[in-house]
Design a protein around this ligand. Structure first.
Ligand code: AMP
Length: 432
């Protein structure tokens, strides 16, 4: 027997029908289309325009844009090289979006750029429910606006997307990270607090204590979570302007009737994040409870070579986790487009007629299927059922000779004989 191949662990195929892969339902391609389309619609209403960037980027862009110290860059990049150039499969889309903004001088268009993206990302993680090696993100970037309404609007479009699917069990957490002075002062305070407790920390956290103590705050180790409760709070270290901005963002969220909880331990590990940070959680996701994360990153553009600071704010969300939340809340996704008409043909002349006629009807807007295997009438009727066809047109040698075909309503079983030249008109009523 020759060898067959499997997809790489942590990646998955999306098939016409949903299927179960190791306990996780991978939804049908039609469900993916539906969800993606809905997201595009909401983005359009909020006037976010799509940006598509390549799936691979220079390693240096991602190292700078995501941060050398992050797990993503230090452990999870899929990388390769050709000649002297090092590339990575993109692990996220903010750095690529800002790269494109700078490269194409989008600032010169004037005003604020409101971009959205949707596409695959890659991280070499240990695969588990809600955590994959190829996954799909959608998100927005508002570039060029420092106004607190921009922060609130990114939250609003995100909430609207989830609400548009009927999701209810959502927890929005927000915090402020202050400005570039805040972080070093807070880091020092954290180090001072955790150093005497170092013997109680895990190896990972002890390492982080030196490099990136903020990461200890989102520890998943219960014993450490207890220690975190007594740790200094970022909010006590932020500057006055950031505090004012934070109050303004909260005010705008209240104006939009978006409920949130303040989470003093919500941090984004990267230095270029400033001021607003937020996260959307769902109780239906298990250990990977985060649907989306976002915030302001006024210092990123300079990190990526801009000569001046460009204020920006956005969020990134996972499509697979959206599907998990939908399943968790029992939201039914619509079925794929069904076949309108199935042509059952018997005999060579009828098959030829079916082949040609199906093509004409398809270009007139009908979804038409027929058999490609020369099967029996009975098998073709079964196939029509499988297709969920609303009508079946039956033709054989006799029908062709008499210039008529049988039209069968699949729901009622009613049948009538219709002249061939009237068929298309009779069938049009099934077009949605
Ligand atoms: P991040 O860029 O890490 O802030 O992630 C933003 C969102 O992308 C998360 O909230 C998840 O919904 C999703 N996400 C991140 N990493 C993965 C992954 N490995 N598998 C599936 N979804 C992910």
């Amino acid at each position: 027997m020759s060898k067959t191949f499997q997809n790489i662990s942590g990646t998955f195929d999306i098939l016409p029908d949903a299927f179960n892969a190791d306990g996780t339902v991978i939804e049908s391609s039609a469900s993916w289309h539906f969800v993606e389309e809905r997201i595009r619609e909401v983005m359009a209403h909020y006037r976010y325009l799509e940006i598509r960037t390549p799936v691979f980027e220079p390693t240096e862009l991602i190292a700078r844009g995501v941060g050398e110290l992050t797990d993503i860059v230090s452990k999870e990049l899929f990388s390769f090289e050709r000649g002297d150039t090092h590339y990575v499969l993109r692990p996220e889309l903010t750095a690529p979006a800002i790269r494109a903004y700078l490269q194409h001088h989008l600032a010169q268009k004037g005003g604020v750029q409101k971009l959205f993206y949707m596409g695959p990302c890659f991280r070499a993680e240990k695969p588990q429910k809600g955590r994959y090696r190829q996954f799909h993100q959608f998100g927005v970037e508002v570039i060029g606006a420092s106004d607190a309404r921009a922060d609130a609007e990114t939250v609003a479009v995100m909430m609207q997307i989830y609400a548009s699917f009927g999701l209810k069990d959502l927890v929005l957490k927000i915090n402020s990270l202050g400005d570039e002075q805040t972080r070093p002062a807070f880091k020092n305070a954290l180090q001072e607090y955790f150093e005497p407790l170092a013997s109680e920390l895990s190896d990972t956290s002890r390492r982080r204590l030196k490099t990136n103590p903020l990461r200890i705050l989102d520890t998943k180790v219960e014993r450490e979570q207890e220690l975190v409760k007594g740790a200094p709070r970022l909010i006590d270290y932020i500057d006055d302007a950031s505090r004012e901005h934070y109050e303004a963002v909260k005010g705008h969220l209240s104006d939009l009737e978006i409920s949130y909880t303040e989470d003093p331990f919500l941090v984004r590990g990267l230095d270029y994040y400033t001021r607003t940070a937020y996260e959307l959680d769902s109780p239906h996701l298990g250990a990977q409870s985060t649907l989306a994360g976002g915030g302001r990153y006024d210092l990123l553009a300079q990190e990526l070579g801009s000569s001046e600071a460009i204020p920006a704010v956005g969020f990134a969300a996972g499509l697979e986790r959206l599907f998990l939340a939908l399943a968790g809340e029992g939201v039914k996704l619509p079925d794929a487009v069904k076949t309108d008409v199935y042509i059952v043909a018997q005999g060579e002349a009828a098959e030829k007629w079916a082949f040609k006629t199906a093509n004409e009807w398809r270009s007139s807007g009908l979804h038409v299927a027929f058999d490609l295997q020369g099967r029996s009438m009975k098998a073709q009727m079964r196939d029509a059922n499988r297709h969920g066809a609303s009508k079946v047109v039956i033709v054989g040698e006799d029908e062709l000779t008499s210039g008529k075909a049988i039209v069968r309503e699949m729901e009622t079983g009613d049948q009538e004989t219709v002249p061939l030249h009237d068929l298309l008109d009779r069938l049009r009523d099934v077009v949605r």
